[in-house]
Design a protein around this ligand. Structure first.
Ligand SMILES: NC(=O)CC[C@H](N)C(=O)O
Length: 624
């Protein structure tokens, strides 16, 4: 929604539904860059491919795509141009995927050549220096050709389209122009053939290469492609996993060392963002876990890099301190909260003797809430906390609901920690993870003894389960109580037998089946209930559980104070309860003010206890 608005702030029919009328500062920065650098007319159009001379030297587009898929676009970001050498990075990734790392390594090196992109020199063992120069890129096309033959180019086109998130086409005129004039690349290819780097069909391989260079993209496409690399191989706009994180790291490595031809060293030193340029005027730059940038301006410097594109990259890196080697991430922010259940309980309301056990042994349940993506450093930090800091609770809950991902190294370290804890008799519960999630799959695969590891989708359910264990261990476990006497109701505490009998007389016995809704939020509140047997849950209309209640507890008692129901109450099991209509209760109160006072005092005490519990939770939430 935001992206659309930014692109067409004045277009009719687009109204901003929410939010301030301000523009994100990054957009303002990109607009400023555009305004400043468009005035720079230095550099020249590539002319060794005749068709490229027809480019409009004034064209200048910038696009930036964030990891969450937001697209910023400025200037001629939708103007198509040929991808040229920018394709090399993505075709290298494809070659790795298709023939594997070993085969690629045997064919192409990864050392910077220090020479121009079209250098004809090979390494001492007669391989191309790296896949970012023409020799290496042609060798990549050769590898793909060996697998796919005639289908090789279509395979390349499809892969690049996935990176861009749309179907890409070819500029036939540029392709024809380079085919007609590309004798230097032909010389390189035949040299590679001489050293058996390429198969027999040299012209067919060259055609794959020429065609891939003539694929049409926009600055926006390049930004999405770069953002896919920055996002561990997942296209942040389409959500498609295009390539593995392992291959992403290899690809970004060669982009860093050789992506800007014989300017690569200077580039990494000054800008520090893995990038690749092409003679069509495009540059992609991918900063892992931050952004993908695509620029287009066909005026090139002496290294054949786009003049204005370089300037945008330099300005962005300098202004926001984006050099990839200047990262910071403090592992200590990964633990959001670390507490035992003192004053914090699950939403299951307990019988008094059960609550007493929980109060006495609150430090036996430790809850650690994690936040952010977990990796080697953060899990190491968590494991040291567990090893060194009490309480050594026999029940440990680690909450993952704010953890989107865990790296293989993180999962391994955590698995080892959990296995060791299991051997020490600790039961660990991971909450906030679905059975099908990557986090659960990773951690479970690395934990040797799964018997001491549990999983819950909700933290509240995990705490309830741990509480049950504790109550059971300390002998307080009473399976769902058969029934409760009306005298146990907290609302009726201190009433004598006659008063109690009078209340019962005003009430009607009700039965509900499991799953049946007893109270619905929003309905008029005109009665209250005394639960005699079974369990009910109080839930917000959103489905969030506020409390689970058992025999001897009341619900709907807020009706005494409020006109309409604020939550649903649903029977979890078959339920019997007494329903006391408010109007008869009101008559009774008028006739028996003394009893009424006791009930109102009890109600105040119930609400006060609830407030104390809520305050403890608010305190926990706001303390971090
Ligand atoms: N640097 C480039 O963009 C070169 C690509 C171009 N197709 C060539 O091989 O000459």
């Amino acid at each position: 929604m935001d992206a659309q608005l930014i692109r067409s702030p004045t277009s009719a029919g687009v109204t901003r539904p929410t939010g301030y009328e301000t523009k994100p500062p990054l957009r303002r920065f990109l607009v400023d860059c555009y305004e400043e650098f468009r005035a720079d007319h230095s550099g020249a159009l590539a002319d060794y491919i005749p068709e490229l001379k027809r480019a409009n030297p004034d064209h200048f587009g910038v696009a930036l795509v964030t990891i969450d898929g937001h697209v910023y676009e400025v200037g001629d970001s939708a103007v198509p141009f040929t991808i040229q050498s920018v394709s090399k990075a993505f075709v290298f990734a494809l070659a790795l995927e298709m023939v594997g790392e070993e085969r690629v390594a045997a064919t192409i090196g990864v050392e910077p050549s220090g020479e121009a992109f079209n250098s004809i020199r090979l390494t001492n063992d007669n391989r191309p220096f790296n896949p970012m120069v023409n020799a290496g890129a042609i060798a990549c096309s050769g590898l793909i050709f060996e697998v796919d033959g005639k289908g090789a180019f279509e395979r390349v086109r499809r892969k690049l389209s996935q990176f861009a998130g749309r179907e890409l086409g070819v500029d036939e005129a540029v392709h024809a122009s380079e085919t007609a004039t590309g004798n230097r690349n032909r010389a390189i290819a035949w040299l590679l053939r001489n050293y058996a780097v390429l198969p027999d069909d040299v012209d067919a391989v060259l055609d794959v290469y020429f065609r891939q260079c003539a694929i049409l993209v926009t600055a926006r496409d390049l930004a999405v492609m770069a953002a896919t690399l920055a996002n561990r191989g997942i296209n942040p706009v389409t959500g498609v996993q295009v390539i593995t994180p392992h291959i992403v790291a290899r690809t970004l490595s060669v982009m860093t060392s050789s992506g800007m031809y014989d300017y690569a060293g200077e580039w990494t030193y000054r800008v520090g963002i893995p990038a690749k340029s092409g003679v069509g005027g495009g540059i992609v730059a991918a900063l892992p876990s931050q952004l993908g940038l695509g620029t287009f301006s066909p005026l090139l410097d002496a290294h054949f890099n786009s003049v204005r594109g370089l300037k945008v990259c330099e300005a962005l890196s300098a202004r926001f301190d984006l050099h990839m080697l200047n990262r910071n991430a403090d592992v200590r922010t990964s633990i959001m909260a670390d507490y035992d259940i003192y004053g914090i309980s699950s939403r299951r309301s307990r019988q008094p003797h059960e609550q007493q056990i929980l109060d006495e042994h609150h430090s036996d349940i430790r809850v650690i809430e994690l936040v952010g993506a977990m990796n080697f450093g953060t899990i190491d930090y968590v494991s040291r906390k567990l090893a060194n800091e009490p309480p050594n609770a026999p029940l440990l809950i680690i909450d993952f609901r704010r953890v989107p991902d865990i790296t293989a190294a993180g999962a391994e370290l955590l698995g080892e920690t959990l296995s060791a804890l299991g051997n020490a008799g600790v039961t660990t519960i991971l909450s906030g993870v679905e059975a099908a999630s990557v986090v659960w799959a990773g951690v479970a695969a690395c934990t040797t003894d799964l018997r001491r590891l549990r999983r819950f989708t909700l933290l509240d359910d995990a705490i309830e389960w741990a509480e049950d264990q504790l109550i059971y261990r300390f002998g307080g476990f009473t399976d769902v109580r058969e029934s409760a006497h009306i005298g146990e109701q907290a609302l009726l505490a201190d009433l004598d037998a006659d008063e109690m009998a009078a209340i019962v007389k005003l009430s009607t016995m009700r039965r509900y089946g499991a799953g049946q809704r007893i109270i619905a939020a929003g309905e008029p509140a005109n009665s209250l209930f005394f639960l005699q047997s079974g369990m009910v849950s109080v839930k917000l209309p959103s489905g969030v559980r506020l409390a689970s209640l058992g025999p001897g507890m009341e619900f709907g008692e807020m009706a005494i104070l409020e006109r309409s129901r604020s939550a649903d109450v649903v029977a979890d099991t078959p339920v019997t309860c007494l329903e006391l209509p408010l109007d008869s209760f009101a008559d009774y109160r008028r006739l028996h003010p003394g009893t009424a006072l006791k009930i109102m005092r009890n109600l105040a005490a119930i609400l006060a206890r609830r407030l104390v519990a809520a305050n403890a939770k608010v305190d926990l939430l706001s303390a971090y």
